[in-house]
Each structure stands twice: as C-alpha cells, then as structure tokens.
Design a protein around this ligand. Structure first.
Ligand code: MG
Length: 462
C-alpha cells in the first residue's frame, strides 16, 4: 500500500515537473524583430551624428540598448546583402551575386535557391511564427517567394520601389522628382496583390501598422518579424504628416518617419509585455546612394556609399535592443548581418545545420556585455570578386572602383592598406609600412577561396 502511494506521488510529481518544464520551454525562446532599412547610411541618424535629422526613438533605442560602430553587411547592394542576412552565408555561396547584374530585376528568373535555409525557415521549423513585412528582393518566381522560404506571413513588395516604373519617364528624373504615378510596383499580402499600384506615400505607415498587428497577434508564441522598409531607397515617399517635418528636406522627412515607426514597434513590444524576451535589431542593407544627391543619405565620416567596397558602402548603423537580454553600451567590435542567423539559433537553442558553411558567428557574448571579439574579418565582395578584406583593424583593398559611374576598375599591384581604427575614412595608405599584414590578409583570402564551390549564378538567369 505504502509503495503504491509513493509510486502514485512520484508519478504525479513527474507529470507536474514535465508540464512545468514544457511550459517554461514554450516561453523561453526569445522573439526577434529585425528592422532593415534600404540604403540608409552610417551617418543618417541623430545617434550616429547627423546634425539636422531628428531620430529621438532610435537615439533612445541605442541608449537603452547597444550602438554598434563596426557593423557590416555582406554586400553593398540590395539582393546579395539580403541573401546574407537571411542565410548567414556570403552570397558567393548560393549564387546570389553576379558581375553582370548587381541585383534581381523584374525580368529575372533566378532567386534564393530552395536548398538555402533562411533564419525564418529554421525558426519556423522550431515553432516560431515568422512574418515578413516589407521588401523581399530574393526572387519573385513562386519557388523563391517569402512564403516558400519559411515565412508564414508576407505583406509588402517583391522587389525595390523604383522598379516597375513608367518606361516613358527618364529613370534618374523620375527618382529625383518622384510622383506616385511614375511607379507601378504592386503591394502583396501573402501571394495576392492588394494594391495594383502601391501607394508609396503610405508604405511606411502601412508597414508599421502591420508590424504592430503582427506583434499583438503572435504575442503568445515565439515569433520572428522581419520588417524590411522600402525607405529610404529612391523614390523617396513619406506620409502627409511628415512632409516638410525635417530640416534635412525630403530625405530627412523619410528618416524621421522611419524613426516614428521604430517608436511604434518598440511601444507595441512593451505594451504586450514582451520587452524582456525580445531582441530588436535595427540596421540597413547597404550604404547611402550618393548618386542621388540630396535624395541619398550620408555615410558620415566614412568614404564612399552604396555599390562600393569602401567603408561607406558596407558599414552601416546597427542598434540592438532587448532590455532582458542586451546589455546597454557602445560596441566597437566587428559584427555583421551574417551573424544574425547563428545568433538567433544560439539564443533559441537550435543547433546550426552541419551540412553547409556559415560565415557568421554568434554575437551573444557581446550582446551580454562581453568585450571579446566574435569575428576578426570582413570580406568585401563586389559581385563575385573580393575587392577588399578587413582583418582586425587593418583593411586591404585589392581592387577599387566607385559605387556607380564609369570610372575604371583599379587593380592594385600592392594593395592599399588602411588602419580603420586610426583612419576610419580610409585616407592614409600605410601599405609600405606593413607588408607582413598584407601577407597575412593574402593568406586569409587563399584559405577563404578554398572553401568556395561553384554554384549556379541566380542573378544571371533570365
Ligand atoms: Mg539597398
């Protein structure tokens, strides 16, 4: 009798603990919100030093979280940069970069291969709700759409907001003096068109409303939300409330509306009681599009912009926020959008797939306030070629060319070498003083090249 009672009590104890553990597990994995701007430069935010653009919400986000000053993207243009943030792998590994077509265009037939694993897919497989609100730009044939790549909800544009435009109007003119009717890109909800011609003045506001609704709807389960704004990519549009709001003109208005949007998203996270278990990352897909004069942003003290492998093309603002997880401060160690995939996996207790090479590292030690670097190198690809490599504080340029324009490609017999800690503007070539550093970087490139395998070039498929 006694034994039976003990067995019964033991069974009840086991079942209660199993229940408790599973309840805890259910609630433990953090939520992720990635806010990805398009063509925002390193110097475009108040907290990164812009003198006339007001970004109180982002400034506060950086104050409560971490402002990173050496954070990179995997490419200086949209499509390959997005392939990098999605997969944690350099676009050279999945054919999402090309020397003939820099990005995916409306006539393109290629896209992110089905064999690639996005952070959305791996999180979805592990019980997450996964939403993309905003721009995709990784292929628009059915097999390449967000809903085929791990997202259970899509609201946004399949590619850039300057595509599908009126062919009778000069491209540069239409982007510098934009009118709604020049652009015909459609707005999608899942795989249905909900606006034949997206109302671009309302895009930031609509995305924000959708993001807030997504957070509210999924607050009971872990979720990952990828909020990829169309702005501030040309043509610049903002809602009526932000017209003329900024001293920095139309571009400043657009950034100030994005800042408002960030405030709304953070408020939704707080209001739903999710602040302690959510990581929000705010960053940009590449540097500012300098060709568009005042319609492009600024890389601040960095040289170059979108399209180039100088710092201004690939070093971007990055703010991490998460009061329960991220220790506030300024992080000067290197990080990359390639690191988000492994970081999310680590935070959620998901092993990294072992059947492929990853180019990112888990940022958790730095997010928690540590100061040991988690990466020591950055590869600056343009198309399929390595133009430059950063190792520690040194960066060697093997090839240089401006982001856009017809200036010739320069192949440097002795690479240019800069100390980015002392000289972030890449002004003073010190190659003759440090030949051994160039040798080390050469060795790094040779080792890296050995890890590459030939793949189908997706951007050249038409
Ligand atoms: Mg871009």
């Amino acid at each position: 009798m006694k034994i039976n009672v003990l067995i019964l009590l033991f069974a009840i104890f086991i079942s209660i603990s199993a229940c408790t553990v599973s309840e805890e597990n259910k609630n433990t994995p953090p939520n992720y919100v990635v806010i990805f701007c398009d063509d925002m430069g390193y110097g475009d935010l108040g907290v990164y030093g812009h003198p006339t653009i007001r970004t109180p919400n982002l400034d506060k986000m950086a104050d409560e979280g971490q402002k990173w000053t050496n954070f990179y993207v995997s490419s200086s243009v949209c499509t390959p940069s997005r392939a990098g943030i999605m997969t944690g792998r350099l676009p050279i590994r999945n054919g999402m970069c090309s020397d003939n077509h820099r990005v995916i265009f409306p006539e393109s037939k290629g896209g992110l291969p089905e064999s690639e694993i996005t952070f959305a897919k791996i999180l979805q497989q592990n019980g997450y709700a996964t939403g993309i609100i905003g721009k995709w730009h990784l292929g628009h044939e059915p097999q390449f759409l967000p809903t085929s790549h791990g997202f259970d909800y899509f609201y946004g544009l399949k590619y850039s907001n300057d595509m599908d435009r009126d062919p009778n109007i000069d491209y540069w003119e239409s982007c510098r003096y934009p009118e709604q009717e020049y652009f015909q890109i459609s707005l999608y909800q899942n795989n249905e068109i909900i606006q034949e011609q997206a109302v671009q003045t309302e895009l930031t506001k609509n995305y924000t409303r959708e993001a807030v609704a997504y957070i509210e709807k999924n607050k009971e389960k872990p979720f990952a939300l990828y909020l990829a704004h169309a702005m501030p990519h040309v043509p610049l549009f903002r809602s009526e409330e932000f017209e003329g709001a900024s001293k920095r003109g139309r571009y400043g208005d657009v950034i100030e509306e994005l800042d408002w949007s960030v405030g709304q998203v953070l408020k939704a996270i707080k209001d739903n009681g999710l602040a302690d278990n959510t990581i929000v990352v705010f960053t940009s897909d590449n540097g500012p599009w300098l060709t568009f004069d005042t319609h492009g942003g600024t890389a601040g003290l960095l040289t170059g912009g979108k399209g180039s492998t100088y710092e201004g093309g690939m070093r971007v603002p990055a703010i991490f926020w998460g009061p329960g997880i991220v220790k506030p401060g300024v992080v000067m160690e290197m990080g990359s959008t390639l690191d988000l995939f492994p970081t999310f996996c680590a935070q959620s207790g998901i092993p990294l797939p072992q059947d492929r090479i990853y180019d990112g590292n888990d940022l958790t030690p730095l997010l928690r306030g540590g100061n040991e670097p988690v990466r020591n190198e950055i590869f600056y690809y343009r198309g399929t070629k390595i133009y430059a490599v950063r190792k520690g504080k040194y960066k060697a340029h093997f090839l240089t060319k401006s982001g856009y324009g017809g200036d010739p490609l320069v192949d440097h017999e002795t690479p240019l070498l800069y100390d980015l800690e002392v000289d972030p503007s890449e002004k003073f070539n010190i190659a003759d003083k440090y030949p051994e550093v160039i040798q080390e970087i050469n060795a790094l490139v040779e080792a890296h090249k050995k890890t590459l395998k030939p793949v189908t070039n997706q951007l050249d498929l038409y």
